[in-house]
Design a protein around this ligand. Structure first.
Ligand SMILES: NC(=O)C1=CN([C@@H]2O[C@H](COP(=O)(O)OP(=O)(O)OC[C@H]3O[C@@H](n4cnc5c(N)ncnc54)[C@H](O)[C@@H]3O)[C@@H](O)[C@H]2O)C=CC1
Ligand SMILES: O=C(O)/C=C/C=C(\O)C(=O)O
Length: 482
């Protein structure tokens, strides 16, 4: 059976413990590879390789760093089909989605930061009249840690690694143990692109073992993490007393506010996507849908009709819109929320059941599920489900919609459907979310700040925000004789 090895100092190596974890194919429930079950010793080896590589890499010219990142991007593009197939098999997502979104975005991450670093600069402040000049150095931090989740595996792994190495850091990175395959394949691509040994080290294993060892490592200077809010909290508690820099991109329970004056057809089409893309396993999915009363009945009917048409099936079938959930335990977690909804008095308008797919009977398939709720404080409306489950509810006024939108502990993204510019501005200013999409969803310009408020995280990724995170600002103040 294929072994998913660690990539340390430019070489593929077995975990020191020689222990392995099973890697499942969610589309059929079968184990198809073995993942290195790494521990603190493997992390230490990765750290040592990164430490040795740092002095040279941090002094490598910007042009050369950029050239290598752009080469990695090109190689990802060349291997689009191989990587997309690996992602679909490992994660259960439709191959069509991996081909159109996940893998192109992974190469875009390297291309974007390969270019961005050539435009990154620091500030100078002349203290006029005082014969003093200040300038700011933006220096790489050293060895940094990147920890990523299973929902958009290569997409989010590279979203962290690319800015870290572009800025001159060296990296110890851990992908999710649930979806390690494309991160494993990335090692080979980096070697082929000429990334010097030790600049990127990829260690596989569980959160409590390999992940925790990265966070606890006393010389790893910063942690960039995407994942669940509970894990983020735990990481913050561990890292804060060590004064590590932290970027935490956590969960969401994002409101989708639909006003009667919106472009109805466009809204309907995008709302199906923002509800169920990637089986609803994107932290940006609009899982709470609030609809203005005059169009509520019509929306309810049309939305159910459209969702009924989605094809659930084998991720490799070109017709499939909804693939398998990522794991059996995640499927069970999502199902448990459907039961909670029923207990709470929620009305299942569509879905709620497992789906048996011919020849893939043991896969983790679930119907896209629409629940009508009457109390926005119910658990299914407050807690992150992270699956193909949305709630819908009517509202009467803008104030009520805003109040319900803000009445959760999360504050990641929000979507607003309206043609009223004044309303757009009013709500955008008052909504508690790091991202506001108006008449669109998951529309990404990689230069923009990306991240959440409240329990959705700390810090911002994207653009120069990411390059600032991965550098230390040092002010140099020079007094001269005039
Ligand atoms: N971006 C997001 O918003 C995501 C949210 N989630 C949410 O989190 C819930 C749990 O999913 P999980 O797979 O358990 O996510 P998780 O937050 O446990 O996993 C994310 C990453 O963190 C690592 N990790 C776990 N414990 C760690 C620790 N103590 N120290 C360092 N790294 C650690 C994992 O190995 C993985 O690489 C999901 O049901 C979903 O609600 C999950 C994935 C992504
Ligand atoms: O950067 C993006 O475009 C999307 C990020 C999505 C997540 O962080 C997530 O789903 O976890």
């Amino acid at each position: 059976m294929q072994k998913i090895l660690n990539y340390i100092n430019g070489e593929y190596v077995e975990p020191i413990s020689k222990k392995w974890l099973d890697n499942y194919n969610p589309s059929n429930g079968e184990v198809y590879s073995q993942i290195a079950n790494s521990n603190a010793e493997d992390i230490e080896n990765a750290y040592q390789a990164a430490k040795v590589a740092f002095p040279k890499w941090s002094n490598t010219t910007i042009d050369e760093r950029s050239r290598i990142l752009l080469k990695i991007a090109d190689l990802i593009d060349e291997k689009l089909v191989e990587l997309a197939e690996a992602e679909a098999k490992d994660n259960g997502k439709p191959l069509s989605l991996a081909l159109a979104v996940d893998i192109p975005r992974a190469s875009a991450n390297f291309r974007f930061f390969g270019n961005a670093i050539t435009q990154f600069s620091s500030e100078a402040h002349e203290s006029v009249g005082l014969n003093t000049m200040n300038f700011t150095l933006r220096q790489p931090l050293g060895v940094v840690g990147c920890i990523s989740p299973w929902n958009l595996p290569l997409y989010l792994f590279t979203w962290k690694i690319a800015p870290a190495i572009a800025a001159g850091n060296t990296v110890v990175a851990k992908p999710s143990e649930v979806t390690p395959m494309t991160a494993f394949l990335l090692g080979e691509i980096c070697s082929e692109a000429g990334l010097p040994k030790g600049v990127l080290n990829i260690v596989h294993g569980t959160g409590p073992s390999a992940g925790q060892a990265i966070v606890e490592h006393k010389n790893i200077k910063a942690i960039s993490f995407t994942g669940g809010t509970k894990t983020g909290e735990h990481i913050a508690r561990t890292a804060a007393p060590m004064f590590k820099k932290l970027s935490l991109e956590l969960g969401g329970k994002n409101p989708n506010l639909i006003f009667a004056d919106c472009n109805y057809e466009k809204m309907l089409e995008v709302t199906v996507r923002s509800s169920f893309a990637n089986q609803g396993q994107i932290c940006l999915c609009g899982s709470r849908i609030f609809v203005e009363k005059p169009i509520y009945k019509k929306f309810k009917k049309d939305f159910v009709e459209k969702v009924k048409q989605l094809k659930i099936g084998n991720p490799f079938d070109a017709e499939t819109n909804i693939g398998a959930l990522v794991s059996k335990s995640h499927l069970e977690k999502v199902e448990s929320y459907i039961k909670i909804a029923e207990k709470e008095g929620g009305k299942i308008l569509f879905g709620g059941n497992r789906v048996t797919v011919k020849d893939f009977e043991n896969g983790y398939y679930l119907e896209p599920t629409i629940i009508e709720v009457s109390d926005d404080q119910c658990r299914v409306n407050q807690e992150e489900i992270f699956g193909p489950v949305v709630t819908i509810m009517p509202f009467e006024t803008e104030e009520e919609a805003l109040q319900m939108a803000n009445s959760v502990k999360y504050g990641l993204s929000s979507t607003l459907w309206t043609s009223d510019l004044n309303r757009t501005m009013r709500i955008s200013k008052k909504i508690e979310a790091g991202i506001v999409w108006v008449n669109t969803w998951l529309n990404r310009d990689l230069r923009t700040p990306f991240g959440g408020m409240k329990d959705s995280g700390v810090g911002r990724e994207g653009g120069f925000e990411a390059l600032r995170f991965f550098t230390e600002a040092k002010n140099v103040c020079i007094r001269y004789e005039g």
